[in-house]
Design a protein around this ligand. Sequence first.
Ligand SMILES: [Cu+2]
Length: 151
Amino acid sequence: MAYRSRAQGIAGMIGMVGLLVLIVGSLALPFVPIARAAITDVSISNFAFVQSSVTISPGDSVRWTNNDGVTHTVTSNTGAWTPLTLAAGESGTIPFANAGTYAYHCSIHPSMTGTVVVTATGVPEFSSGLFVVVGLLTMMVALMFVRRRRA
Ligand SMILES: [Cu+2]
């Protein structure tokens, strides 16, 4: 009798741990899209893209701001987006949905070049999903433990 209640106590504890892990994972899920919608700034100054290479995550955007006194463009080398034409002081933002390396230049001043690297790490999404899976598996183990003891 004492052995059985101890076994059920252990199963209950494992179940509680599983439930906590599941709750943490579930709570983190809604925040994943917010965390991913970041904007990275690139300044255009002295006929150069100051941050000549930026690394972002899929879903993030890059915002270029022209701090020069003349017009510049942000033109994809492969036509990946509609070119931005930025007069003095203007800003333009482009979202990047897919992973890849995007080289660009200014079509007015071809010596001005830059790169946007979009890396598909997806760490927050992965860890949150992992929490949910581990939580569910732990609870299943606890449930099996209880059923075996009753049989
Ligand atoms: Cu230019």
